[in-house]
Ligand binder design. Sequence first.
Ligand code: GDP
Ligand code: MG
Length: 646
Amino acid sequence: MRVYELAKKLGVSTHELLEVLKDLGVETKSHFSKIDEETADTIESILSSSTKTEEKEDVMERKVMEQQKEEEIKPVKTQIPLSATVREISELFGLPVSQIIMTLMDMGILANINKEIDQGTISKLAEKFNIPVETSQPQKTRLAGKLRIQTTEGDPRSPIVTVLGHVDHGKTTLLDAIRKTNVTATEAGGITQHIGAYQAEVGGRKITFIDTPGHEAFTALRARGAKVTDIAILVVAADDGVMPQTVEAIDHARAAEVPIIVAINKIDKPEANIDRVKTQLSELGLIPEDWGGDTIMVPISAKKNIGIDQLLEMVLLLADIMELKARYEIPARGTIIETVLDRGKGPIAIAIVMEGTLKVGDLIVTSGMYGKVRALLNDKGERIKKATPSMPVQIVGLPRLPVAGENFTVVENERRAKELISQWGEETQQQREVLSLENIRLRIDKGELKDLNLVLKADTQGSLEAIEKFLKEINIEGVTLSIVRRGVGNISEGDVLLAKASKAIVVGFNVETELGILKLAENEGVSIKIYNIIYELIDDITLALKGLLKPEKQELILGRAEVRQVFKSSRIGSIAGCYVLDGKIVRNSNIRIKRADNVIYEGRLTSLKRFKEDVREVTSGYECGIFIEGFEDYKEQDIIESYTFE
Ligand code: GDP
Ligand code: MG
């Protein structure tokens, strides 16, 4: 029986049941995990007889008190193994087997003397007997498509789904097929325009689809911090099987901790081989349900419209399990997913409301600007008065085009809007700050990050495994090391984008990369480190985690300029009219902007002008115009520092 089925039977939510299972120490990966009949029965009896449990607790307490007395004599800490049989535990704890079995039963686990018990349960047992323990810290690993239960309060909202997969495997065809059959045509003639997202209806319930397939789009949104996907549908063509971008897509979904549903597409083709796809996916850790795993896989033909209803049902089932919720009665917040400049309406932001209700007349702030919502249109282009959570909506009324991937938020007045806009520059700067091995510890200590995430590329499978083995042995308090991608081969554009999206550092061993990719990494603020000696790699990472790695390059300040006047251009944004105080300001150099001695922005000088002319540098005593892409919020007397590295 599966967790969600048992939950249904017992009339509790799957979420509650999972909690109970967790308390009982029964290991369940997800709501789809199977539980054996014994366990199911035990749970049923536990949930239906709470009085009996209380009595047992009394007995427990007495036992524990006795134990405590004993403990004073033997305060040595017991090492908890990763797993052990009941017999071994009895030896370890110095308690009779019968007592272990009884206590396990109290915990809802039916065990005989040879039953293998996992570490978590052994720890709980030890706790019950009040035995002091020492657990070796297990390496944190990211579970395959682990379900993240959204526990936000509020009322249910529809799931937001992104379709990922290798090129030509049928993402667009699938999105079109769903749109054709599950989007009710408008009375005006049934033409649904593509606006970046749409809502499909299945059995009276809605699913929001992000209409720009492919993990680049997914990643671009995520790189800016947006979390607009609840569920990823991974399309794999049954004739072609798992391809490089399939693997990439899995990495991306996992890094985002978004659960995956697999659509095995093109099953109408004679060459289709569903089992082969399942085997290939199993090798990547996505094990189909019918093989005892917990990944939902639905065979479909997007072209012939086969299996699509089942696929959508599975999406809804998973959504139920995730208990997606949002508050409706608060000012709206959401994410911009696309922008369009419309001749008649002006700049249009296509957004998804994540929380609250967006109304015509609301004042919204996004991408360093604000505007009053003049009109709202739904995914069919119809005018609406308000948009609620998970709804895609076109927002008319912003003064300029916002940035896709930015969040928007409704504010009460212009004062608050301006306040938020001034913070925006700083937040963007934080996001842009290059994450490197040299500054990782600092960023962790500041609370900006929790883990060191690595994208690890090596020349051979052997060296990859060796490096991973060494990395696993690094154990430094306060930080966990996670490998978001491991692979054999040169560092690619995809590696950089994944690193960007998951705040990771790219580390290579005996591999190469191209100039174009280095440039991309630099632009995206991703750091790449390549090693030829394993020990150097391991040493550097150890030092980095301790915060002891010194930067290789020395910074050299080229010159400083003061902002004297700010020009707003509707076309490109703000330009700072500056006076060079000392040294020189150099185009394309690194820059930092200081306000009252605080650094408020770091980035790159995009364009430098003297009068109308583009120039390479401007020396002290002269005036110049400075444009920095991504920064708008200049104030007079800001200091712009131009620097490079030696
Ligand atoms: P995308 O690159 O993943 O968006 O793939 P497309 O949706 O553009 O599809 C690529 C090609 O595969 C097109 O020629 C589609 O007609 C074809 N295709 C998509 N789904 C199916 C299917 O279920 N069966 C068959 N036979 N062809 C399909
Ligand atoms: Mg396509």
